[in-house]
Ligand binder design. Structure first.
Ligand code: GLV
Ligand code: GLV
Length: 328
């Protein structure tokens, strides 16, 4: 049997490529930058398998470009970059990389929470500018974390991990999710609440839901108005869950105290005025960026792709319906 032809849309940690190369003919985008749309369509043409990134839009036109595709492995847990309904219609299985980035992303949410609450980046800027005049009782006063109310929007794997890590800080935990989390209730005494109660009662809200039509702009002007003026919003999920232009207004007007963001509505751009504000910490979509997490994502995406190319169900298939139709 000829070796399957696989395309990897950007360099990923070596162990993933090495694993694929054992059984497949692998070509990797040689440049460490996202492919343009045209380059993507050209390069995936005629491939049996594709390993793509969250920055690659995989829609009907992309699937048209590689009609023989037997599997698409996304190097991310979120897969809003892929038109899954379209893939399913065509019998193409899709996989993602859950679990291996859960702790890394939850830790990043904590890093942003502390950085925003304790004004770490803002005071760093003052220090670097040589503008610090020495200690002062009224300087850089921020939010209390210990004993505060932590609101989790989306209690999946990452939201749960974020919440569980609050134990050291003795926080009261609320969560908003369609599904009840017995684990959070049992281990933390967490309470499932309506979205409006999450907004009204939380001192910190951390977003951990997937991006879809129900969650797009879940947070906008109206929601910021319902939050405490002393509250902070943390987003390590997907940018478009927040109306970013309206967040700029809320941060500017003091409707909320601050924000810590790792993701943006129109990456790599940020909304006008956002970068000029002192009460927001801006990270560069680095939630999963730890050595072990990024390497394990590469291994996971590669093993999923290999399974799909063998005609087996991928361990992390997000559209298992494709296997029911007997198309693969
Ligand atoms: C990163 O954003 C991911 O979804 O894995
Ligand atoms: C994703 O890993 C999630 O369930 O939060």
């Amino acid at each position: 049997m000829p070796r399957p032809r696989v395309y990897v849309t950007r360099r990923i940690p070596r162990p993933g490529i090495d694993l694929l190369a054992k059984t497949c003919d692998v070509e990797v985008n040689p440049d460490d930058r996202p492919l343009s749309r045209e380059e993507l369509l050209d390069n995936i043409a005629g491939r049996d398998g594709v390993l793509c990134l969250l920055t690659d839009r995989m829609d009907a036109r992309a699937f048209d470009a590689c009609p023989g595709l037997k599997g698409l492995a996304n190097y991310a847990v979120g897969y809003d970059n892929i038109d899954v309904a379209e893939a399913t219609k065509r019998g193409v299985p899709i996989s993602n990389t859950p679990d291996v980035l859960t702790d890394a992303t939850a830790e990043m949410a904590w890093a942003l929470l502390f950085a925003a609450a304790r004004r770490v980046v803002e005071s760093d800027r003052v220090m670097r500018a040589g503008a610090w005049k020495g200690w002062g009782p009224l300087q850089f006063v921020g939010g209390d974390v210990g004993g505060a109310v932590l609101g989790i929007a989306g209690a999946g794997r990452i939201g749960t991990a974020m919440a569980l890590k609050s134990r050291g800080f003795g926080m009261k935990v609320l969560y908003f999710d369609r599904v009840r989390s017995e684990r959070l209730e049992k281990e933390l005494g967490a309470r499932q609440v309506e979205f409006d109660d999450l907004l009204a009662e939380s001192d910190y809200i951390s977003i951990h839901c997937p991006l879809n039509e129900q969650t797009r702009h879940l947070f906008g002007r109206e929601q910021f108005a319902k939050m405490k003026t002393s509250a902070y919003l943390i987003n390590t999920a997907r940018g478009p869950i927040i109306n970013e232009a309206e967040l700029v207004e809320a941060l500017r007007s003091g409707a909320i105290a601050g924000a810590g963001l790792d993701v943006y509505e129109f990456e790599p751009e940020t909304a006008g005025g956002l970068a000029a504000l002192d009460n927001v910490v801006l990270a560069a979509h680095t939630g999963s960026a730890t050595r072990s997490s990024r390497t394990n994502m590469a291994l996971k995406a590669a093993s999923n792709l290999i399974a799909m190319l063998n005609g087996d169900q991928a361990p992390d298939c997000v559209n298992p319906d494709v296997y029911r139709g007997g198309r693969v």
